[in-house]
Design a protein around this ligand. Structure first.
Ligand SMILES: Nc1ncnc2c1ncn2[C@@H]1O[C@H](COP(=O)(O)OP(=O)(O)O)[C@@H](O)[C@H]1O
Ligand SMILES: O=C(O)[C@H](O)[C@@H](O)[C@H](O)[C@H](O)COP(=O)(O)O
Length: 174
């Protein structure tokens, strides 16, 4: 029998720690980590770099690409963690088309703490509070049925621990 594999979405607005936590989670699970940011089109990157938030239309092809990555890993019975804002329910539904058993970790934080985290992060194309405010406006937080929600005020290690503990029965983490 194949060993179990898992597809995991780490979601939240910019600055919530998706990349940082996603990498640690993937390392703990022996999964591949993919940063959704690396799959934006040049047009999307240019738009964000100019300080303009993305809209549904801009995100459509990007989500299709990430869904394909989930599907490819599922087809190979390979575990993968993808960091992607996944702000709206329908965006997550789009990703779940690739794997109905998709696990979701939602990183929840206050506007003040998110702003602080973004202010201390260097060398990233994301621009400013205007985009953070727009992402918070777009955000449709997942219900407890859809995701494990963990506060970003906790340490990265604790966040990973809480998520893996919540999913222990299905993830078979040792
Ligand atoms: N739980 C945490 N505690 C403290 N700092 C964190 C935590 N999670 C992430 N960070 C830091 O916050 C900043 C934003 O994290 P990042 O992973 O880039 O967020 P995102 O990918 O969601 O935009 C980074 O400098 C990162 O090192
Ligand atoms: O849905 C969105 O609008 C995108 O996810 C996007 O705007 C993202 O937030 C940026 O690529 C910044 O990257 P981080 O979210 O990693 O800061």
């Amino acid at each position: 029998m194949n060993k179990p594999s898992h597809r995991i979405l780490v979601m939240g607005v910019s600055g919530s720690g998706k990349s940082h936590i996603g990498q640690q989670l993937a390392a703990k699970l022996g999964a591949t980590f993919i940063d959704g940011d690396d799959h934006h089109s040049p047009a999307n990157v240019a738009k964000m770099a100019s300080g303009t938030p993305l809209n549904d239309n801009d995100r459509r092809d990007w989500l299709a690409t990430l869904a394909e990555l989930f599907a490819d890993h599922k087809a190979c019975n390979a575990s993968v963690v993808i960091a992607c804002s996944g702000l709206k329910k329908r965006y997550r539904d789009r990703l779940r088309e690739a794997d109905p058993a998709l696990h979701v970790l939602y990183l929840e934080g206050s506007h003040a703490l998110l702003r602080e985290r973004l202010a201390t992060r260097a060398g990233h194309f994301f621009k400013g509070d205007n985009m953070l405010a727009s992402q918070l406006a777009d955000l449709e937080p997942p219900s407890s049925d859809e995701a494990v929600t963990v506060s970003i005020a906790l340490s990265p290690g604790e966040i990973v621990e809480r998520f893996t503990a919540a999913l222990a029965p299905t993830l078979r983490v040792h």
